[in-house]
Design a binder for this molecule. Structure first.
Ligand SMILES: [Zn+2]
Length: 342
């Protein structure tokens, strides 16, 4: 049985439990099947005699057991979850809600701009959005390897939500009203929620305290995902500062402080990439090979297959922002983008 504890932001945030963040607001970390990212936070909020959940977790048996226990600790049953408000369509946020809806008929809400990715996810080969980027990035070998990789693909996890959220706007709960803001970039339909009474932002993967979110990893790939992401950071920065409730990592005191770090990080990254291209024109694959990756400064060839794919896609996202800003020149040949000094 898991117990209710006060949330301690200095403790290991991934340890299973139910953590009280504020009155009637709880953090429930659920496991992920990764080494690099161990858990996802689901937040539960009391709303009248039921619960509203922000994000749902990855549809895994172990995660489901923990969620059931957590809800029970809060004197509720899974069937009493009024609604899942899901920040974006990634597997670790959306799929548990779909599985529980099948059994209990629960209500799921998701940003409308995720519709295209859901449609593609039901049919397409897994990662086809990423594959398109890896190919345009000039990494043919990597695309071939990704295509050959066996990944389980279950189209039934990617059914539509019960309602599409149109951000910006308000979300009407039984006992309160939240605000919702569009934050495209991590995915094109990503939204964040603000609970004004508790003065917190449920930031999903838009603002994470310790890592930089991946950009545009989605089936329905956006034209300029990093441009969208930087605009979304600025949008959130222009709102009043409040506590950050991230999907991965501990609750942190200031949304603004972390947004400033993330904007700095991407500025530095953009300048570094511009410098590399100034010296030697190239494709995203070539530039990615000259960069260092992750907080541990790994070389490109030290990354696993999937992360090499993401690295090429991220590099492409940065190169495209530089090209749109006139800092580099882009030319496309046979489906591959080449970048040179402007
Ligand atoms: Zn996530």
């Amino acid at each position: 049985m898991i117990r209710l504890h006060p949330d301690d932001p200095t403790a290991d945030w991934t340890v299973p439990g139910v953590y009280e963040v504020d009155i009637g607001l709880y953090r429930i970390p659920l496991p992920l099947p990764h080494d690099h990212l161990k858990a996802v936070n689901v937040y539960a909020v009391r709303d009248g005699d039921g619960l509203v959940l922000v994000d749902s977790g990855w549809a895994l048996t172990q995660a489901r057991d923990l969620l059931e226990q957590a809800v029970k600790t809060l004197d509720c049953a899974i069937g009493e979850i009024r609604r899942f408000l899901v920040t974006h369509v990634h597997r670790d946020h959306y799929t548990m809600a779909v599985v529980l809806r099948r059994e209990f008929g629960l209500r799921i809400s998701l940003g409308r701009e995720e519709a295209g990715t859901l449609r593609l996810a039901r049919g397409a080969i897994p990662f086809s959005g990423l594959l398109g980027q890896v190919e345009r990035g000039g990494a043919d070998d990597l695309a071939r390897e990704l295509r050959a990789a066996q990944v389980e693909h279950d189209p039934s996890l990617w059914t539509d939500p019960d309602d599409w959220l149109d951000a910006p706007g308000e979300v009407q709960l039984d006992t309160t009203t939240w605000q919702m803001y569009p934050t495209p970039g991590h995915t094109r339909g990503h939204v964040v929620f603000v609970d004004p009474a508790r003065d917190v932002m449920f930031a999903g993967d838009h603002v994470l305290p310790h890592i930089t979110p991946s950009i545009g990893f989605e089936q329905n790939h956006a034209e300029l995902p990093l441009g969208d992401y930087l605009d979304s950071l600025k949008l959130v920065r222009a709102l009043p500062d409040r506590r950050l409730l991230p999907a991965h990592g501990p609750v942190s005191p200031s949304v603004h402080a972390r947004v400033d770090d993330l904007l700095d990080h991407h500025d530095t990254r953009l300048s570094r990439i511009e410098e590399l291209v100034d010296r030697q024109a190239g494709t995203a694959a070539e530039v990615a090979g000259r960069l260092r990756w992750t907080r541990r400064e790994r070389r490109f060839d030290e990354l696993d297959l999937f992360n090499r794919g993401l690295a090429v896609s991220e590099t492409l996202a940065h190169l495209d922002v530089l090209a749109v800003a006139g800092r580099l020149r882009r030319s496309d040949l046979d489906g591959i983008s080449h970048y040179a000094k402007a």
